[in-house]
Design a protein around this ligand. Structure first.
Ligand SMILES: [Zn+2]
Ligand SMILES: [Zn+2]
Length: 277
């Protein structure tokens, strides 16, 4: 089966150099047979509220131009769990240059995490769905075991959070966060059975979808094999999988939906059962 939905796309409103125009997205979705989709610009802290406001305004104008997309084209955000420590510092204005990515060093190890927005924010911007992206470990030691534990801790909080609809890019690792430290997930077998099982049950209980994000295709074949095997097992157990190209590009031309669908099917993943709003 072909992939007909796409739930993780950044637009030029995003804080990080993404550059897609709404009209390009709409045209490309049609061109590539994607019938149901949404935009999800980054929200880390209150410093990104203006980006979300801009994205929502553009979305509203796009729907006005394309009323036929109502109910098929949705407005979402990619929200990051941040440390309460940095949320509080940013709320107090304790910074010189606005920390777009939050405050990545100096906080307490394994600090409590939270979203820097509430229900009212979701209503104000009429946010249809939240993709939660775990982007950074919280100031923990950099040995492999500490990193694995810290990521697992955050994924469990993310998957259980009532705001989360889709868990983004499980085990994506930002190599710039701790220079010189190797990606602890490169060998996916390091993710223990206990961690996998805990996450699986948490996703099922909270009806949160697990995203298949394009990042995995940039990793070694051994990673892809193990990862997609895990994803297929999640699906067989009742977890909904969600398509996420996570595009920051000008258009969707680099996303080869047919090829991706074939790859997923090779691992026994059923694309016809993918997440859809
Ligand atoms: Zn992300
Ligand atoms: Zn993203």
């Amino acid at each position: 089966m072909a992939i007909r939905s796409e739930w993780h796309i950044h637009t030029h409103c995003s804080c990080d150099g993404a550059c897609m125009e709404f009209e390009t997205l709409i045209n490309d979705a049609k061109k590539y047979g994607v019938t149901d989709f949404g935009v999800t610009d980054h929200y880390h802290t209150r410093l990104q509220e203006a980006d979300i406001a801009a994205s929502r305004a553009e979305y509203d104008r796009a729907i006005e131009r394309h009323p036929e997309l109502k109910g098929h084209f949705h407005f979402g955000i990619e929200a990051t769990l941040m440390s309460q420590w940095e949320i509080d510092k940013i709320a107090r204005g304790e910074y010189t240059t606005p920390p777009i990515w939050g405050i990545r060093h100096g906080g307490p190890a394994n600090a409590p995490v939270a979203f820097d927005f509430d229900e009212e924010f979701l209503e104000k911007y009429k946010i249809d769905y939240v993709v939660t992206g775990m982007h950074w470990p919280m100031y923990c030691p950099t040995d492999e075991q500490s990193l694995l534990k810290e990521y697992h801790r955050q994924y469990m909080i993310a998957a259980a959070h009532p705001f989360t609809d889709i868990l983004a890019h499980y085990t994506w690792y930002d190599k710039n966060i701790y220079p010189g430290v190797e990606n602890p997930f490169l060998d996916f077998t390091k993710v223990s059975e206990t961690m996998r099982s805990e996450l699986k049950h948490c996703l099922i209980e909270n009806k949160v979808a697990f995203e298949l994000n394009a990042f995995l295709f940039f990793l070694p074949q051994t990673f892809i094999d193990e990862y997609l095997g895990f994803a297929a097992e999640l699906q067989r157990s009742g977890v909904i999988l969600s398509q996420g190209c996570d595009s920051h590009e000008r258009d969707l031309s680099s996303v080869h939906y047919d090829e991706i669908a074939k790859t997923y099917e090779h691992y026994g993943i059923k694309t016809e059962e993918f997440f859809c709003l």
